[in-house]
Design a binder for this molecule. Structure first.
Ligand SMILES: C[S@@+](CC[C@H](N)C(=O)[O-])C[C@H]1O[C@@H](n2cnc3c(N)ncnc32)[C@H](O)[C@@H]1O
Length: 353
């Protein structure tokens, strides 16, 4: 059992919710759609498209992006079937969609907002994607959108002041070698577990489509705008500790279970795991580049994605105060944000060996 709290999004459909503030993550699905269609057309074996076709989304959150992701996949599969067989997919194929996330994810909001007129049956699959969550050979295409950067726990030593890998920052900035190694080791071990589990659950020759963001080789997290915002979040909690709102110890003993890897590190992990072939690793031009450079939008979007996890450690009121400071810092240090090095948004297409 991991002692790290689960990193869920802010649920519901309210003003702070992920549901209302996840258009950045959705934009990648749209920007990569053409490349994804090409990959399905070229890499998915026609033999796999028969009476029942299952799509599984890992780390689906409470919507609405997951509906876009799975619909785009179903459209591409139907298109391929129509073109290559001349038959109407609706006559011959039934689709099933498996929505996976932590048990604490807001599945109620997800299922209450399932799109009208959808052409698929749905089921919830609760549990951590670092483990097996489905029977063997139970789906044909898996998708992960912006959830391929998590670790299952905070790496060893990171929150221990006496350890050489103690991290005084709240994330892996990339500047401390010992901290970077601890995070990369943990990420590498966890991602291999994730790939092992999916390889068991996928049908032979099934595909995994992974959308997300990574670092260009040699770039450090705190040199990118996302890393800079994470620095602002850490600085804001430190300010609150200085003001006596929270104890400094609470800030020093906090770190995040996520690691934004370099492209080369991701390739290496997949290669070492050996269960999948990398069919494509596309550099996608995101319409909002690294993130929209607006201090208010940055604070709101990061709060929707990070707020629930931070509130579990610091309390909801302190978390809200911190994000007010994040917006101020983003305004004051706008030039730093503007001059950030670019990150990279990707679509990785994996085929099970
Ligand atoms: C940034 S959100 C992305 C959500 C959605 N895929 C999208 O595109 O909007 C990351 C999601 O991954 C989920 N997640 C993180 N770690 C997970 C794990 N170990 N197992 C299952 N879900 C996980 C979180 O709960 C969250 O819903």
């Amino acid at each position: 059992m991991s002692t790290t709290p689960e990193w869920i999004m802010i649920g519901g459909e309210g003003p702070e919710s992920y549901n209302q503030h996840s258009s950045y993550q959705r934009a990648l699905l749209e920007a990569a759609k053409e490349k994804m269609n090409e990959a399905i057309s070229a890499k998915l074996s026609l033999d796999l498209i028969s009476d029942r076709f299952s799509v599984a989304d890992f780390g689906c959150a409470s919507g609405p992006n997951t509906f876009v992701a799975v619909q785009n996949i179903i459209d591409a599969v139907e298109d391929k079937y129509r073109k290559e067989t001349g038959q109407n997919p609706a006559d011959n194929i039934e689709f099933q969609v498996l929505f996976n996330d932590f048990t604490t994810n807001d599945f109620n909001t997800l299922f209450q907002s399932l799109p009208q007129g959808r052409r698929y049956y749905s089921a919830g699959v609760p549990g951590s994607f670092f483990e097996r969550v489905l029977p063997k050979q139970s789906f044909h295409i898996g998708v992960i959108n912006y959830a391929f950067h998590f670790t299952s726990k905070i790496p060893k030593g990171i929150t221990d002041r006496d350890s050489p890998s103690w991290n005084r920052d709240m994330h892996c900035t990339g500047f401390n070698e010992a901290v970077k190694k601890a995070y990369l080791d943990q990420y590498s071990a966890d991602t291999k577990e994730l790939l092992d589990a999916r390889a068991e659950e996928l049908v032979p020759e099934g595909l995994m489509l992974i959308f997300g963001s990574c670092l260009r080789d040699g770039v450090k997290m705190s040199e990118t705008s996302k890393g800079i915002v994470m620095d602002f979040i850490g600085d804001s909690f430190n300010d609150l500790a200085q003001q006596g709102v929270i104890e400094q110890d609470k800030v020093d003993s906090f770190s995040t279970p996520l690691y934004i890897a370099e492209e080369g590190e991701i390739r290496q992990i997949i290669k070492e795991n050996g269960k999948f072939t990398i069919e494509a690793f596309e550099d996608i031009i995101h319409p909002n580049s690294e993130f929209p450079l607006d201090p208010k939008i940055l604070a709101i979007s990061f709060r929707a994605s990070y707020g629930a996890f931070l509130a579990a450690h610091f309390g909801a009121d302190v978390m809200r105060k911190a994000f007010e400071l994040v917006e101020v810092k983003a305004r004051e240090q706008f030039t730093r944000l503007k001059n950030a090095k670019p990150g990279m948004q990707y679509l990785i297409v994996l085929r099970k060996n």
